[in-house]
Design a binder for this molecule. Structure first.
Ligand SMILES: [Zn+2]
Length: 174
């Protein structure tokens, strides 16, 4: 029992010593001269200590959790590095995905990098729409040369529905 008490006293003294910088920062916070980096460094310093002695005092190492949590302001650089390391692959597709990323869109004057079958995202959408509505121009080939295919202007309003109807009829007839 006395050994246990001596041990606890020793731990307490150790914590007291470790808490001194925290008290220092708190008094500086009260004086308005402390910065958050100082507070963070104290928290990081205390985290391992709390992990070790926390169970002895029935605590659940809250300081360790707190140290890992993001404080206000700019996150520490370390967090960004670890996030990149953990994340590995980035989500979503890069604009220059696949084998044809270096090619330009097949549509003349578009200038965007091609993504699918030689067309940029927008023009591939248009191509698919034209195909679906049976209006795909013969020039709009798959993997057409970059900057070689003339864009077409789609009719709008009533002309659009007329064109769609005509195309649908041609599709069902042929
Ligand atoms: Zn394009």
């Amino acid at each position: 029992m006395s050994v246990d008490k001596a041990f606890r006293d020793m731990i307490r003294n150790e914590i007291d010593a470790q808490l001194r910088p925290l008290r220092d920062v708190v008094s500086r916070l009260e004086a308005g001269t402390a910065d958050l980096d100082a507070l963070r460094s104290v928290a990081e310093r205390l985290a391992p200590l709390a992990e070790v002695v926390g169970p002895l005092f029935g605590a659940n190492a809250p300081a360790a959790a707190k140290a890992g949590r993001r404080g206000p302001g700019r996150p520490p650089a370390r967090a960004a590095v670890s996030a990149a390391a953990v994340g590995g692959k980035r989500r979503g597709r890069k604009p220059a995905a696949g084998t044809e990323g270096s090619r330009a869109c097949a549509i003349i004057g578009c200038g965007k990098p091609s993504r699918t079958k030689g067309y940029c995202a927008a023009h591939y959408q248009k191509l698919r729409m034209l195909e679906k509505t049976n209006r795909r121009p013969s020039a709009w080939k798959d993997y057409a040369e970059p900057d070689s295919v003339e864009d077409i202007k789609l009719p709008r309003g009533r002309a659009a529905s007329k064109a769609l109807a005509a195309a649908a009829q041609a599709g069902s007839a042929g």
